[in-house]
Design a protein around this ligand. Structure first.
Ligand SMILES: [Zn+2]
Length: 430
């Protein structure tokens, strides 16, 4: 991804650095050749020459770019779970993914961790974004997802003899789990996504209190991934599944819905982050009926919502690491709604706006392993930042509307926002 050149000064905005520090009401942020050289109170800023590009942020918030910590590029606003899989050819899936990448950036998400993708499209998408062929969040790919046979994501009935792996590699036993993990590593996945548990979306045999993988299968994936310096994460709702994941050495827990004190101790001990992804549950309960969602599924999502919020509060109060994001790409929880997660955490879970922003910026970068480069506005880091109309700390919901983003900057280049110029002025070398 190319860096900006020259000097840009963003003046007079309310600076929310992402570190959790008190905001500076009248701030200056200096960006030089793609990196932040100063971010702080205006009266402490260095003198800047007249050649600099100046952005007036009066009445605006200056903050780090957001991090979507559980993003599915290929989930294209579907209504039926099985359509996450092979409903379109790879060519169409690629176009969907590229569209969603641009949308995410336009929504202020300058980084994202993929949490599973059809046909490994996210591996190609990551390379395309890095090469400036596609505009989107700086991405960490995960490729296809691993699930145990008969588990949550093993939905293609035997008679279809589909004979083709789409979004899921179905494994039966640790040997197959190891093979799947090796295949993903070979194909470019950085985070290997697994399904230790079921979900409310599949009431009956794979609901949110069931397991979708055995401990041995999970451990096999971890051994392969860690050997190759890759990471493992998993869809973990049932208490035993969370525990299995933490004991097996998972690097992050997705959802962490039914946490108990033993889970919490294990999570804190390993400093393992959690991405609850709760807006999805809220949206399922409230908008699911409009899309014909069965009552048993809605009831399960309600239970998941309440337990998930309780677990998130528990982790937060105990000093654990939470990231924001999750599972956008369903008709009732579409791409583009990403920042609703943040409003949900302030309105429903009870987090302060400041804590929520830290989770959505610094913690997200930490989860991605990019906290040396992005996630906070500090000297030396890449200039991934937003200039937002209004005071985000007073009303975090302003982030939900793209029209409130004046600037979405990545590597010092304004790529989206109402002040953006053309984003495709440089044709990348093929
Ligand atoms: Zn997911």
């Amino acid at each position: 991804m190319r860096d900006g050149s020259g000097v840009t000064v963003i003046e007079h905005g309310k600076l929310v650095s992402g570190t959790g520090a008190e905001p500076a009401d009248d701030s200056t942020v200096v960006v030089k050749d793609g990196r932040i050289s100063f971010a702080g109170a205006r009266d402490a800023a260095p003198a800047i020459g007249p050649e600099a590009t100046r952005i007036d942020a009066t009445g605006r918030t200056v903050m780090p770019g957001l991090v979507e910590a559980h993003w599915h590029a290929s989930y294209f606003n579907i209504t039926v779970l099985e359509d996450l899989d092979i409903a379109h050819p790879p060519e169409t899936v690629s176009l969907h993914a590229a569209f969603n990448a641009r949308l995410a950036l336009e929504c202020g998400y300058t980084s994202a961790r993929s949490a599973g993708c059809l046909f490994n499209t996210d591996v190609a998408l990551t390379a395309a974004i890095d090469a400036d062929l596609v505009v989107g969040p700086r991405l960490v790919p995960s490729g296809q997802e691993i699930c145990g046979a008969g588990g949550l994501m093993d939905w293609n009935p035997e008679f279809r003899k589909i004979g083709m792996e789409g979004v899921i590699l179905v494994v039966d036993g640790p040997d197959q789990a190891r093979s799947a993990a090796r295949k993903l590593v070979k194909n470019g996945a950085h985070w290997l996504k697994t399904y230790p548990t079921g979900d409310a979306a599949a009431p009956g045999t794979n609901d949110h209190h069931t397991l979708s993988m055995t401990y041995d299968e999970m451990e096999a994936v971890v051994q392969v991934a860690h050997n190759h310096r890759r990471k493992v994460f998993g869809h973990c709702r049932a208490t035993e599944g969370i525990k299995n994941a933490l004991v097996a050495g998972f690097d992050s827990i997705e959802h962490g819905t039914f946490m108990d004190s033993e889970c919490l101790d294990l999570m804190l001990e390993g400093n393992v982050p959690c991405v609850p992804a709760l807006q999805f549950e809220y949206a399922s309960v409230h908008y699911g009926p409009d899309f014909g969602m069965a009552q048993a599924v809605i009831d399960g999502h309600q239970e998941t919502l309440e337990a998930g919020a309780e677990s998130a509060r528990m982790i937060h109060e105990a000093g654990g690491v939470l990231g924001m994001g999750g599972d956008y790409g369903f008709a009732w929880n579409p791409h583009g709604d990403y920042a609703k997660e943040l409003s949900f955490f302030t309105d429903y879970v009870g987090f302060s706006a400041m804590d929520t922003l830290v989770c959505a910026t610094r913690n997200g970068a930490q989860i991605m392993g990019l906290d040396d480069e992005v996630g906070t506005l500090e000297a030396g880091k890449l200039a991934d930042l937003l200039v937002v109309e209004g005071d985000v700390l007073a009303d975090i919901s302003i982030l939900e509307d793209r029209n409130n983003l004046a600037v979405v900057m990545q590597n010092g280049i304004v790529k989206a926002g109402t002040m953006a110029a053309f984003t495709s002025t440089v044709v990348p070398a093929l």
